[in-house]
Design a binder for this molecule. Structure first.
Ligand code: PLP
Length: 372
């Protein structure tokens, strides 16, 4: 297998850059997975080869994220947006659900849940244009909430919870549900504060098509009777994520990513702890440069700036197209901001090496020097 030519740096928010070693291994195994004479996408999901792939992926993920025994790991489909319906169908019992709105994604979740439950906004940063995190001590939690939902990293607005709230300390017994789509595997998770976490794979785990759900066992088995069987966590858990055909190829490639993550080290840190150190260093390079420049601006409060998704703006927005064209020519791809906020966005997921961030900053500095 010839080594890959240098590839451009890809800052897409998702589907996003994958580790090159993972792509290469998938390419090497494309026609014949480990002597079976089949591609993984040609195998029965009930056969022993695929079952071994799936079990290894689940076990590796459990190790990586230190998922405690009393949580089930489910491989589902439908993405984060489907979970906006699937979570209330499974957990709400048709009752009251609290939402903390910190950006587009949590807003969407709150809206969708209202089809199945009574949604209550416990806190919102809308008045700050989604650039802050509401102080948990001031959240208006409902006494009878079935759960509280938040998005632990707002991919579009670039707002991240660096600590998950302790709901018990806020006087709530409700389980915490987090949408961790865009920062899963970028840092450890404090499972003692979480009841359920979900995320699409296409940001930081693998290809689109796979949705990860990690759910505490006691929250399984309470679905509304109208919940489709394929979306009932109990059906999915009882059938080891194989009630119907799972997204086999996406699970396989995500599994290769988990193996890649397990191999990563940074000093004494391994796996997710190593990734966290790298992600802190990468984000610092970009934020420090933005904050020191006259041209670029990030509007998110410093205590909740995302390490993964960094939106930034040119002070002269008429230069946006010139910036993006120049970046593309310099091998820096997919930096256009989300259409709802405009400007630029650099997503620095696990597969982005620090060299990519340094190349971006070098380009930004050069571009600034060419502006009048
Ligand atoms: C991308 C994203 C989603 C939507 O995921 P789909 O797979 O497109 O449904 C939901 N929540 C967050 C935080 C995201 O980043």
């Amino acid at each position: 297998m010839t080594p890959p030519a240098a590839r451009p740096y890809n800052f897409s928010a998702g589907p996003a850059a994958m580790p090159v070693e993972v792509l290469q291994q998938a390419a090497n195994e494309m026609l014949d997975w480990q002597g079976t004479g089949m591609s993984v996408m040609e195998m029965s999901h009930r056969g022993k080869s695929f079952i071994s792939i799936c079990e290894a992926a689940e076990q590796d993920l459990r190790e990586l994220l230190a998922v405690p025994e009393q949580f089930r790991i489910l491989f589902m489909q439908g993405g984060g947006l489907a979970e906006n319906a699937i979570v209330p169908m499974n957990l709400s019992r048709g009752g009251v659900v609290d939402f903390v709105v910190t950006g587009s994604w949590s807003q969407k979740s709150a809206k969708e849940a209202r089809k199945y439950a009574t949604g209550h906004i416990a806190a919102s940063n809308e008045a700050d244009a989604h650039t802050t995190l509401p102080d948990p001590a001031k959240w208006q939690v409902s006494a009878d909430a079935q759960y509280l939902h938040l998005c632990s990293n707002e991919t579009i607005h670039g707002v991240e919870f660096h600590d998950l709230p302790d709901l018990k300390a806020l006087g709530s017994d409700a389980p915490l549900v987090i949408d961790f789509s865009s920062h899963v595997a970028s840092r450890p998770v404090d499972w003692s504060r979480v009841g359920l976490a979900f995320g699409g794979a296409q940001k930081n785990l693998g290809p689109a098509g796979l949705t990860l759900v990690v759910v505490r066992e006691d929250l399984i088995g309470h679905a509304l009777s109208s919940c489709p069987s394929a979306f009932d966590y109990k059906t999915v858990a009882d059938n080891a994520s194989m009630y119907n055909t799972p997204p086999t190829y996406a699970i396989y490639v995500a599994g290769l990513t988990f193996q890649w993550l397990k191999r990563q080290t940074e000093g004494n840190a391994k796996g997710i702890a190593a990734m966290e150190q790298r992600n802190i260093a990468k984000a610092k390079v970009l934020y420090d440069f933005i904050d020191s420049s006259q041209l670029y601006q990030n509007r998110v409060a410093r205590n909740c700036r995302s390490r993964m998704n960094i939106p930034f703006f040119l002070r002269d927005e008429s230069r946006n197209k010139a910036f993006l064209d120049g970046a593309q020519a310099a091998g820096l791809l997919q930096l256009k901001g989300h259409k709802s906020v405009g400007g630029m966005r650099a997503s620095l997921y696990n597969a982005m090496p620090i060299e990519g961030v340094q190349a971006l900053v070098a380009f930004m500095r050069h571009f600034e020097s060419t502006q009048a």
